[in-house]
Design a protein around this ligand. Structure first.
Ligand SMILES: Nc1ncnc2c1ncn2[C@@H]1O[C@H](COP(=O)(O)OP(=O)(O)OP(=O)(O)O)[C@@H](O)[C@H]1O
Ligand SMILES: [Mg+2]
Length: 334
């Protein structure tokens, strides 16, 4: 008997949950290919370590950009590798639930289900990420109460208001935490004439990035390559300058939340004053982001306990009771 699986195929990280077992895989969504032969050399953590460090014939690629499949072929191979890793074979085909952004187009929906079926799934169903996140956060989604979740991922930010098992209001933008990394890269290049890689930029975000001033601010020393001389050089960055440099993507995230609130029917908006908003996704861990959203929206914001796993845990709950929750799956044919 094949184990049914729930997959959160994110722009940054891929997680797999197996029925009856829990999370069985959690790796960066990266695969390394030989650019001449198209042979897959590595995936996940191993491929991630190759980013920016490969000889010219190896490319480390992320199959998704801004939550959408950019390369169907690569995505299909990545899903196949994932399924192999968790023990799926030709004789052992599981049903899978895949979490997708709610703003996904019909073409993208078909691409994802098709990729999963070709990669060896007996059946592939889609579930909207905010719905999975709300289930993962233990919110009472089937009650006539306004539940709001904000999912800040690597490539997308989604704010959704859920009531009676359905999405009532949604605002999704294709701006995510990777855009903060890119803003940092651009800033260091413009301001100091120094090139840094995307992994270094992410490291800067993790150590000193923030959405609002925090009491314990420290500086960070960063090494990069000076563009003029081509030599390694060190600069010292302050949280304040990084905050300013990354304000555009951060504001876009906050604005998505305000947009969603503006669409909410008044009765449900009332509920949020009591319930607050739940923040999920790795990008939600940015220092001060919860406070900034709370201040601008004038509603409490709670960062969930496991922001990076919340979506797959919610989809996992659906896998545990596949038959009962069938109604929640998105139609992939429309
Ligand atoms: N402590 C942290 N502070 C700021 N950002 C963080 C932190 N931890 C992780 N991140 C960022 O969170 C992002 C990954 O989040 P997540 O795994 O939720 O994205 P994803 O689900 O793969 O993307 P998407 O949902 O957009 O497809 C990365 O860009 C990472 O840099
Ligand atoms: Mg995600």
């Amino acid at each position: 008997m094949a184990r049914d699986l729930a997959i959160d195929l994110g722009t940054a990280n891929t997680l797999v949950y197996a029925r009856g077992e829990g999370i069985v895989l959690n790796e960066p969504s990266v695969i390394a290919l030989n650019s001449q032969t198209k042979e897959v050399l590595a995936m996940g953590k191993e491929a991630w370590q190759m980013i920016g460090r490969t000889p010219s014939y190896i490319v480390a690629v992320r199959p998704l950009r801004h939550g959408a499949i950019t390369d169907f072929e690569v995505t299909q191979r990545m899903i196949r590798l994932l399924l192999e890793r968790v023990g799926v074979s030709r004789f052992n085909k599981p049903r899978v639930i895949i979490c997708v952004p709610s703003a996904i187009t019909a073409v993208e929906r078909r691409a994802v289900t098709e990729a999963a079926r070709r990669a060896g799934a007996a059946d592939a169903q889609l579930i909207e990420q905010p719905m999975a996140a709300a289930i993962g956060a233990n919110l009472p989604i089937n009650e006539p109460i306004g539940n709001m979740v904000i999912d800040i991922g690597g490539g997308t930010s989604e704010a959704a208001l859920i009531s009676l098992g359905g999405v009532v209001a949604l605002e999704a933008v294709r701006v995510g935490s990777f855009d903060i990394d890119h803003a940092i890269q651009g800033y260091v290049r413009r301001q100091y004439g120094i090139a840094i890689g995307e992994r270094t930029a992410e490291e800067i975000k993790l150590t000193i990035g923030s959405a609002a001033p925090t009491p314990d601010e420290v500086r960070a020393e960063v090494r990069g390559r000076e563009l003029m001389s081509g030599l390694p050089k060190t600069v010292v960055l302050t949280p304040a300058e990084i905050r300013e440099a990354t304000d555009e993507p951060v504001s876009a995230m906050v604005d998505a939340v305000l947009e969603c609130l503006a669409q909410a029917p008044p009765e449900l908006a009332q509920d949020l004053i009591q319930q607050g908003i739940h923040l999920v996704g790795g990008g939600g861990l940015l220092r001060g982001l919860d406070h900034r959203i709370a201040a601008e929206a004038d509603v409490d914001v709670h960062l969930v306990q496991t922001p990076l796993e919340c979506v797959v845990l919610g989809a996992g709950r659906c896998i545990e009771s596949y038959e009962a929750v069938k109604a929640m799956f998105m139609d992939s044919k429309r």
